[in-house]
Design a protein around this ligand. Sequence first.
Ligand code: ZN
Length: 94
Amino acid sequence: MANCRETIRELDAFLDDELPDDVRRHIHAHLGDCVDCHQAFDFQAELKLAIRRKCSNDEMPAGLLGRIEQCFDEDFDGDGIIGATDDDLTIEPT
Ligand SMILES: [Zn+2]
């Protein structure tokens, strides 16, 4: 039986369909039992969809994707960088 920590750690791979069947089953079973992880799953699934839609249509607001990546500590746009890159955001003089 997967625990919460494992489930959250594998959530991204689970959503991307990158897990072996046995791990998938554990995660799936845990999501059915655990409200907290299920909510995290729903949220991340929606976020992924939103990002995918955004990336295929128009530009994200500058720096937004970087902030989302930092929140989740994950590299959503596949550029190998968590957080904003120099290209993503223009730094305003303070
Ligand atoms: Zn859980």
